[in-house]
Design a protein around this ligand. Structure first.
Ligand code: ADP
Ligand code: MG
Length: 591
């Protein structure tokens, strides 16, 4: 094939114009894109070689090389993957075949008003694949030979990133592809091993192939020449070449899990617990999810995004992928690595993806199971069977003791948001809740514990909401419950009032506020008490009428009550009314 000049597809030309004329906040993503293409090419070779081992030729070890030449001002990314034929180079590097990039283009069309800077940010977020090379290069040369074809069937593709590109046949002994970036003057900072390594570390560390660079060493200057780094001819792997979450669980130590958590969360404390799984089925992904031991200072901000990083086939895609977990689990940190999502998936596309919905459901369930497991082991020290023999507790269980209380103290209030946010898991969430009560000053009573302690004839779970524990405990509305020895849950988190709107019952038993309406103690009240109440109501009728008249602007009704023991009167709200606590909150908020 003699040299020919071809035109880019109109959309490519448009995209290139944009890439080269936009300011960009994270231009270094070009390396992520090119390394990921190199890695994809190796994956493709591996796949095709399954049926044709000869494709490996004499180089069975797949790797990606990153090299630079300070004098020529070039940066070269070479792989020994599948390679491209001339026609493939024309097709794949001259048109936009990828639907992701097409979406990106139409997004830009729709968003014409966006200034160059915003467009640049979009490019960074999406990644525009191969064309991101033109962010830093004013000319790109690609040399390639497809695996399994003769050396003479190589191809050279050259473009300055404007309207057209050249292709010609070359002889290339080595299988695979080299992408040679002729760096723009402003991009010469990339001719630096340290810089390149740090970018590789940031974005491509978890690529499972070795990414190798030529070793350099310091050489003293001679004959008045200054010293400098010189290449040694030895190559070293600069990434870990194996993503932690892709390794089998039993090959990863607890320390390694903890270190990885610290690296991704920027937390210096070890996590409370984690869960690492490969999920198979319609949507395949790996999840490595951590529960931190301490809440971050901005946990209360519901806009704070979940701490889950998204990888697609071990390539880092984005931090804080909020679509992967519901807001009430925003404290979870970790990694989800999907085999099904496109590499250039955007946050917007994530929201709409069916695979993402499946991942989100699976991950939510996984987090809830982790919490259930901690909760189950929380009180193991006191786990004495009816026969007085302590349960057999293995070391793993022991390590989980006390962790749920710790978790709950940090994140319990956030978890409650789930009652209103995640109807599908409402029951599981309700089981995980813990409250203080008239028999426990600490938030340690589960609804199930409460139910187990309910009095004969009691048919509701009673609770009171208040600003703090002292106010709750001293509320006159509790008097009759105290007298009768009925436990009442004390709800003092700001979110309780709201969350309880979504929890009308637990395991068939209604939840009832002791501050609402006429408390009907039902079967808990004996006949004499009922009779006394009726007689009192009759006897006090004239008084009540006067009080009603006097308070007519302030109170809707005045009733004789049996709920008080020591106090003469108390305020309650109508059954269907807003609770006093909620009314106070709204008032504070100026409503
Ligand atoms: P994507 O990787 O999402 O397909 P890119 O723009 O990054 O999109 O790459 C476009 C296409 O060019 C790839 O799909 C592939 O066919 C081809 N290509 C790019 N780099 C290489 C490479 N190093 N080896 C083989 N083919 C490549
Ligand atoms: Mg790509």
């Amino acid at each position: 094939m003699s040299k020919q000049t071809l035109h880019f597809q109109a959309e490519v030309a448009q995209l290139l114009h944009l890439v080269t004329h936009s300011l960009y906040s994270n231009q270094e993503i070009f390396l992520r894109e090119l390394v990921s293409n190199a890695s994809d090419a190796c994956d493709k070779l591996r796949f095709e070689a399954l049926n044709n081992n000869a494709l490996y030729e004499d180089a069975p070890n797949l790797e990606v090389r990153v090299a630079f030449d300070k004098d020529a001002k070039t940066l070269t990314i070479t792989d020994n993957g599948i390679g491209m034929s001339a026609q493939e180079a024309i097709d794949h590097l001259g048109t936009i075949a990828k639907s992701g990039t097409k979406d990106f283009m139409s997004r830009l069309e729709a968003d014409k008003k966006a200034d160059a800077k915003e467009q640049g940010q979009l490019i960074g977020q999406f990644g525009v694949g191969f064309y991101s090379g033109f962010i830093v290069a004013d000319k790109i040369t690609v040399e390639s030979r497809r695996a399994g074809v003769p050396a003479e069937e190589g191809v050279r593709w050259i473009s300055g990133g404007t309207g057209d590109f050249e292709v010609e046949a070359i002889t290339r002994a080595q299988r695979g592809t080299s992408v040679i970036l002729h760096l723009r003057a402003e991009a010469e900072e990339y001719l630096n091993a340290w810089k390149l390594k740090s970018i590789i570390n940031k974005y491509s560390d978890h690529i499972s192939l070795p990414i190798v660079m030529e070793k350099e060493e310091w050489k003293e200057g001679e004959n008045d020449q200054p010293g400098g780094m010189v290449k040694t001819g030895d190559w070293e792997t600069v990434n870990k070449a194996s993503a932690l979450w892709t390794r089998p669980k039993k090959e990863v130590t607890d320390e390694q899990y903890a270190e990885f958590y610290k690296a991704i969360s920027h937390d210096f404390e070890a996590p409370l617990t984690w869960s690492h799984n490969r999920v198979e089925g319609n949507t395949e992904y790996t999840q490595l999810l951590y529960i931190p031991a301490k809440a971050p200072f901005d946990l209360w901000n519901r806009d704070k995004k979940a701490g889950v990083k998204l990888y697609v086939k071990r390539v880092f895609i984005m931090d804080e992928a909020e679509a992967l977990l519901p807001t009430y689990l925003r404290f979870v940190k970790g990694v989800i690595d999907s085999a099904d999502l496109p590499l250039n998936v955007s946050r917007e596309l994530l929201q709409e993806s069916r695979d993402v919905r499946a991942i989100r459901e699976g991950s939510t369930k996984r987090v809830l199971s982790m919490l259930e497991d901690l909760a189950k082991h929380d009180k193991h020290t006191a786990a004495e069977g009816a026969d007085g023999v302590t349960d057999v507790v293995d070391a793993d269980d022991k390590a989980k003791e006390g962790k749920y209380s710790k978790f709950y103290a940090e994140f319990g209030a956030v978890l409650k948001e789930g009652l209103g946010e995640d109807f599908g898991n409402k029951e599981r969430i309700a089981k995980l809740l813990r409250f203080a009560s008239t028999s426990s000053d600490t938030a340690s009573v589960s609804l199930a514990d409460y139910k187990a302690r309910m009095k004969e004839g009691q048919d509701a779970i009673y609770y009171i909401t208040a600003d703090n524990l002292a106010a709750a405990k001293n509320s006159p509305q509790l008097e009759v419950f105290k007298k009768k020895g009925i436990e009442v849950l004390l709800m003092v988190d700001r979110v309780d009032e709201w969350a309880l709107n979504y929890l009308q019952e637990f395991d068939g038993t209604p939840l009832q506020s002791v501050a609402k309406g006429a408390v009907d103690l039902g079967k808990l009240q004996d006949e004499t008490e009922k009779k006394a109440a009726e007689e009192a109501a009759e006897a006090f009728k004239p008084v009540l009428a006067k009080l009603k008249e006097a308070l007519k602007d302030k109170a809707e009704d005045v009733r004789v009550t049996m709920r008080l023991v020591d106090s003469p009167a108390c305020l309650v709200v109508q059954d269907d009314g807003m609770s006093t606590q909620l009314a106070r909150m709204l008032k504070q908020a100026g409503q």
